[in-house]
Design a protein around this ligand. Structure first.
Ligand code: 5GP
Length: 182
């Protein structure tokens, strides 16, 4: 509430503790909280997308002693064994390619996807596509911040995905942060 900054178009900047400068003590606690919430999920692998998802994902993986895989935003030159999907970025207003080697996303994997923000759910839908292509199962998704006014959660509910959001922002109207669970 103190350090977040609102920008026009429903964007919340948290550059002082998540997206640019990072607060490691907070990240450790975030990882522990995701570990606590997904303890009963049967997860065997954490998945995220570079770059901002990597910090909370690695902390969750460290807490659960599970491997962490990050999907890459640039297609490597060698496309062998690559699963590819397209994601629309709402903050950058453009499409980008996300890919992952199917050496690291296997049939039978039980995946928890971790990311910094849930907005319209486009990144999460891309991950669902990659998991479908590989035969991996998604057992949950965890977000540090969910913006409940941008309907990502509804899209994921339609896909029957379990969501855990640590902070839920209901509105950024008038440059004021209003939490959903106050
Ligand atoms: P979605 O795909 O759910 O529409 O958007 C999620 C992705 O966009 C996240 O990975 C995050 O990097 C970025 N994003 C969406 N909304 C915000 C926001 O308000 N602030 C920041 N810093 N990133 C956001």
């Amino acid at each position: 509430m103190e350090d977040g900054r609102c920008y026009p178009g429903g964007i919340l900047k948290v550059d002082s503790f998540i997206n640019h400068q990072m607060d490691p003590d907070l990240m450790v606690q975030i990882g522990e909280e995701f570990a606590r919430r997904f303890a009963d999920s049967g997860v065997n692998k954490i998945l995220t997308i570079e770059a901002s998802g990597i910090a909370p994902a690695i902390m969750a993986g460290a807490s659960m002693h599970l491997p962490v895989v990050f999907a890459k935003k640039k297609k490597p030159k060698t496309l062998e064994n690559m699963l590819v999907t397209t994601v629309h970025s709402f903050t950058k207003d453009r499409d980008y390619t996300v890919c992952i080697s199917n050496d690291f996303l296997r049939p039978g994997d039980k995946i928890v996807f971790i990311d910094d923000f849930l907005a319209f759910g486009n990144a999460a839908l891309g991950i669902i596509d990659l998991c479908r292509q590989s035969g991996a199962e998604i057992v949950g998704m965890g977000f540090i911040i969910e913006k409940t006014f941008q309907q990502g959660a509804e899209k994921l509910a339609a896909e029957r995905i379990r969501i855990e959001s640590l902070a839920r922002v209901a509105s950024l109207d008038d440059c004021k942060i209003t939490l959903a669970d106050q």
